[in-house]
Write a protein that binds this ligand. Structure first.
Ligand SMILES: C[S@@+](CC[C@H](N)C(=O)[O-])C[C@H]1O[C@@H](n2cnc3c(N)ncnc32)[C@H](O)[C@@H]1O
Length: 427
């Protein structure tokens, strides 16, 4: 068993097997994340792939086929079940190094009657898949490894040539306080091999009330005091964590022969931001910013939005993919030139908690709310008809198709979190 001194030492010359062991132990004590209250099932079995394709900038819905092979790498306790229900036609492999998380996962998969998932205890660092997957989901995992480049290379090798990786890593500007706190705790307890995770959590909860100075750290700790055990352990007592900016993430991806396709909308962001675009009132700043390639713009946004910048969640592909990466601006042009119909389906939920989910036959409209909250998106949504392109819709509404407006409308109307419009295929 790893002692606190071992964990502390891991921050120096760290070896991947030692970090895998530390993570196995940590995520053996907390199964992450906390239990889902609901697991949704979709009446339309294609809802998952259609809106994933649209978020990837493919309004023909062809890139991810209706029966994709998916790897949920570092699935934790919930993600395999959510993915199985979101993509009912898929064949899924879900892996993690935490046996207790996988046990929760298997119980819940059985309860929601998902039969398209194979669960496997395995470190990404030991996985040897070669060009097998259309879609890989790996969120919140590689940044807990000794050298995130090592699992990333495994993920890249496992992608089919035109496959897509959904990757989430910590945003440096979101982690300054948690990383500092974690490091302080490793030092604090490094000489005490006896202290366990729950005792460290108890100290943390107490420091939330009795911190020795008043500063941003004490303010942050106080804010988090009602969070769950899993959340607190993951935020404040992680054995290992790395964090990135857009720039350093792109450099990391480069080492594995990968490139960003587009940002993935992440609605649970504490920053409240889902969109990387900044609107400068200063004309010179705006002109220079808008003329830059995507990665440079997102990096500027990351630097200037600091703690309010979005989470680093991106769709990624192999650089040798035969599908050429389109810029955000090109995707917006395609969005403008496409015809859409209003979309709706229903979901029915499994409701409960771990080991105790019951199917509820009550149909819930999806998307919900039925009309977009964003005002501009709502007016476009109301005006859409299958014989008008979005450009024509904007003309009818007398809206100028600026990049900011079009990109925001694309995000707020056509993506998995906002599935309001489905592209109409030309025949
Ligand atoms: C913060 S949780 C994220 C879980 C899930 N991906 C999600 O987004 O809900 C990190 C998970 O990664 C797993 N993990 C860490 N390193 C891993 C590795 N090398 N291989 C497989 N799983 C790993 C942990 O056991 C834990 O379940």
């Amino acid at each position: 068993m790893a002692t606190n001194r071992d964990l502390f030492n891991l921050m120096g010359a760290i070896s991947q097997p030692a970090v895998d062991a530390a993570n196995r132990e940590f995520y053996g004590k907390i199964t992450y994340p906390w239990p889902q209250m609901t697991y949704p099932t979709y009446a339309d079995p294609h809802c998952g792939t259609v809106f994933l394709n649209q978020e990837l900038g493919d309004f023909t819905h062809a890139r991810i086929q209706p029966r994709p092979r998916i790897w949920v790498a570092g699935c934790g306790s919930n993600q395999a079940t959510l993915t199985a229900l979101r993509f009912p036609g898929s064949e899924i492999i879900a892996t993690d190094i935490s046996a207790p998380s996988l046990a929760v996962c298997e119980t819940n998969l059985a309860q929601v009657d998902a039969q398209n998932v194979t669960v496997k205890e395995q470190s990404i660092n030991e996985a040897d898949y070669q060009e097998e997957f259309d879609y890989i989901i790996c969120t919140g995992v590689i940044h807990h490894n000794a050298d995130p480049a090592i699992p990333l290379v495994r993920l890249a090798a496992a992608l089919k040539r035109n496959g897509v990786l959904e990757l989430a890593v910590y945003n440096y500007y979101h982690r300054i306080l948690t990383t500092a706190y974690q490091k302080a705790m490793r030092y604090l307890f490094m000489e005490d091999p006896e202290i366990d995770l729950d005792q460290q959590l108890e100290v943390t909860r107490d420091l939330m009330e009795t911190f020795p100075v008043e500063n941003t750290m004490s303010f942050y700790l106080k804010q988090e005091k009602h969070q769950s055990r899993e959340y607190l352990a993951d935020s404040f007592l992680q054995p290992v964590e790395h964090s990135y900016t857009v720039e350093s993430l792109v450099a990391l991806l480069h080492t594995a022969g990968l490139e960003i396709i587009l940002p993935c909308v992440y609605v649970f962001d504490k920053s409240g931001r889902m969109n990387w675009h900044l609107e400068f009132a200063n004309e010179v700043a705006a002109r220079h910013y808008e003329n830059l390639p995507d990665v440079a713009r997102w990096q500027i946004s990351n630097l200037l939005m600091v703690e309010r910048s979005p989470s680093l969640v991106f769709y990624v592909q192999r650089k040798n993919s035969s599908i050429r990466r389109k810029s955000e601006r090109e995707v917006c042009e395609e969005f403008l030139n496409t015809r859409f119909a209003r979309y709706s389906t229903v979901i029915k939920n499994y409701v409960g908690g771990n080991g105790n989910y019951q199917f509820s036959a009550t149909p819930i409209p999806h998307p919900s709310p039925r009309v977009p909250v964003d005002q501009t998106a709502r007016s476009i949504f109301k005006e859409v008809s299958h014989d008008k392109t979005i450009r024509e819709v904007l003309e009818t509404l007398d809206l100028k198709p600026t990049f900011a407006l079009v990109n925001n409308a694309r995000i707020q109307l056509t993506t998995p979190h906002f599935p309001y419009l489905k592209a109409v295929q030309r025949t």
